[in-house]
Design a protein around this ligand. Structure first.
Ligand SMILES: [Cu+2]
Length: 184
């Protein structure tokens, strides 16, 4: 019991009991194994998407997203005021996070490859693509680039999975995937 002082005050000078030492060694070795497994999971578990990241000024990122939206907006997303952008296959695509929205909505073509750039205008958000459960950190000042090729058509939601304030739960973006040559 910690409520009373130990009978032997200099307990930290006692030799480690054999059973405790065994557990320390097991925990240490297990930690090393798990450390090595990170490489294995990356290659075989499809858990860590291979992405690139670069430093970028949030203002510059915002300008790139706006330039893309200006060139390739095809409609408004419902009555949200957020544009739906249908970028050319193979191009660089930008989605920015800010309090409390993902902007703009994107429309991809199935089977085409895109370079998706993610960054934040204010503070940290989390990109969580549902229902596929792809999760990426989105930081201000960093351009996270993911090369992706949609394999199925449909409507996918992007939810923020880093708590970012009172509007956090309303921060839902949209990615639409249509058949090649469709949409727009
Ligand atoms: Cu957020």
């Amino acid at each position: 019991m910690a409520i009373t002082p130990p009978a032997e005050r200099l307990w930290w000078k006692e030799p480690i009991a054999r059973g405790e030492l065994v557990w320390i060694v097991i925990a240490f070795l297990w930690g090393l194994i798990m450390f090595g497994m990170m490489v294995w999971w990356h290659l075989n578990g499809q858990q860590n998407p291979s992405n690139e990241s670069y430093r970028i000024d949030p203002l510059v990122f915002g300008e790139r997203a706006e330039a893309m939206a200006e060139a390739y907006t095809v409609r408004e997303d419902g009555d949200s005021g957020i544009p739906v952008v249908h970028p050319p296959p193979g191009s660089d695509v930008y989605m920015l996070a800010r309090l409390w929205e993902w902007w703009p909505s994107l429309e991809f073509e199935k089977g085409q490859t895109y370079r998706l750039h993610l960054s934040s205008m204010d503070w940290q958000h989390g990109f969580s693509l549902q229902p596929n459960n792809i999760n990426l950190q989105v930081h201000p000042g960093y351009d996270m680039v993911v090369t992706l090729t949609p394999t199925e058509t449909g409507t996918f939601s992007v939810v923020c999975n880093e708590f970012c304030g009172v509007g956090h739960h309303t921060m839902v973006g949209k990615i639409y995937v249509v058949d090649a040559g469709q949409g727009g």
